[in-house]
Design a protein around this ligand. Structure first.
Ligand code: NAP
Length: 437
């Protein structure tokens, strides 16, 4: 048997992901050693409560509540506690004591990534985070390594399984948001407090991580435009289906080019996607990241965006990479932010829209609406009119579903305000962006 060098691995956290990582490390030790070129010795697991029940059987003697001694003696520290503190302090401690860090902590990286990457850079350590953006789906390494010679133009990601599960069931079963959310909570797809998922916070953290990497630019979480899915109702789903679309919560990271040069936009919102688009076929709690690169063209990465054992796969891939780097020596490859592109507000982005209005069913109304749109520099691509109810002497109500050509978001929102105040529009039912051109 090959006599490998031993690397000491400390694990912080043994919850859904950490317990599976520990179990795989212990079960597949010799195989991982062959791949890594080093024996990976799990020296301890730091948790809050050593007696808490675990998802898998793990040796009791590995557990401790004292993380610091574990960190100080380790070559590789795997942070799977989640949250900001004490995870942030422990990650810094690991870097300062010369260890490489593997983490799945999107909240930490989206808020303190630059500071952590700088600290690692200064000592030549490496921070690996394949599991932080889309669980088991390999997307960090493709963006960082495989596409390093290309220019990413746009990323569209379904990066939150809970919202995809909810929207998919609303689409396929005609179910209501509240009913599906309650079901999702019962089945464990959604947390008791679903805010982070349904309001798009989780997706925004992942968008910040993906955009930073794709565009070599530091993207603070505050620069990500975020909207959730709580306003999506059955009527919007039906209208989308009728027009050949499906509604998905998308994380869109886009390179924009105009006379002023290049900039980027990073945004999370529910959007319409053509049913023929590959992202439309992402069902249930699955995730997918669709990448458009200048030379490579369109690429799609698809699979489980969460789940303990699935996410553990990505974490262990990072552990093997970290071990190989330790064996090979040399400094870590830092995060590249050399492009440092300006990040524009969502108002400066152009997309297509679908505007659904309830209007007075009277002659001339369509012309008035068309006039307001045209004045607002929003050009109509399609219009469909249906009668909502007859007037019986009074004006009835008609529903207009207007598909636009690409328009500037700022123009569009000002125009919708003018439509709402125009006197002929009874109700702005919905305004949804159309993505995926
Ligand atoms: P989890 O089930 O809540 O487990 C957290 C673990 O960390 C527990 O073992 C807990 O100890 C320990 N811990 C928490 N605070 C601690 C502290 N102050 N000191 C010591 N130990 C502490 O979390 P998870 O779902 O495994 O997620 C871990 C990380 O992976 C998070 O950053 C998450 O965002 C990320 N992630 C998770 C998934 C997923 O599917 N779950 C997918 C992708 C990424 P006790 O067990 O003693 O309470």
């Amino acid at each position: 048997m090959t006599d490998y060098r031993r690397l000491r691995v400390a694990l912080l956290g043994a919850g859904a992901v950490g317990s599976q990582v520990a179990s795989l490390l212990l079960r597949h030790g010799p195989e991982l050693a062959d791949r890594a070129g080093a024996t990976l010795e799990l020296v301890g697991i730091a948790v809050r409560d050593v007696d808490a029940p675990r998802d898998v059987d793990l040796p009791r003697e590995l557990f401790t509540t004292d993380a610091e001694p574990l960190i100080v003696g380790a070559d590789i520290v795997i942070e799977l506690m989640g949250g900001i503190e004490p995870a942030r302090a422990y990650v810094h401690q690991a870097i300062n004591s010369g260890a490489d860090v593997v983490t799945a902590n999107k909240a930490l990286l989206a808020t303190h990534g630059p500071e952590i990457f700088d600290a690692a850079d200064q000592v030549g350590a490496q921070v690996y985070y394949e599991a932080a953006a889309a669980g088991a789906i390999p997307i960090i390494r493709p963006l960082r390594d495989s596409l390093a010679g290309d220019r990413v133009q746009r990323i569209m990601g379904i990066v939150n399984g809970t919202t995809n599960y909810i929207l998919d069931r609303m689409d396929t079963e005609g179910a209501d948001f509240a009913d599906v959310l309650a079901d999702a909570q019962r089945l464990g797809y959604a947390e008791a407090d679903p805010t982070a998922d349904v309001e798009g916070y989780d997706a925004a953290q992942k968008a910040a991580i993906l955009a930073s990497l794709a565009f070599h630019t530091t993207v603070p979480l505050e620069a990500v435009h975020r909207e959730g899915i709580t306003s999506i109702d059955k009527a919007m789903m039906d209208a989308a289906r009728h027009a050949g679309y499906v509604i998905k919560l998308l994380a869109v990271c886009e390179r924009l080019t105009d006379d002023a040069g290049e900039s980027i936009s990073v945004r999370v919102y529910p959007a319409l996607i053509d049913r023929a688009h590959p992202l439309a076929s992402v069902h249930g709690a699955n995730n997918a990241v669709f990448v458009q690169a200048e030379a490579a063209g369109n690429l799609m990465f698809y699979g489980a965006g969460a789940g303990g054992v699935q996410t553990a796969s990505a974490v262990l891939g990072d552990v093997v990479s970290a071990a190989r780097r330790h064996i090979a020596g040399g400094v870590g490859v830092g995060e590249s932010t050399r492009a440092n592109l300006p990040i524009v507000e969502v108002g400066r982005v152009t997309t297509r829209y679908q505007i659904t209005l309830e209007v007075d069913d009277e002659p001339g109304v369509l012309a008035t609406v068309a006039g307001i749109l045209s004045e607002g520099r929003v050009s109509i691509a399609t219009v469909e009119q249906t009668v909502v109810h007859e007037g019986n002497g009074e004006p009835g109500v008609a529903r207009l579903v207007i598909g636009t050509h690409k328009a500037l978001e700022q123009d569009l929102s000002e125009t919708v305000d003018r439509l709402a105040a125009s006197g002929v529009v009874e109700r702005v039912v919905s305004v949804l962006r159309v993505e995926g051109d």
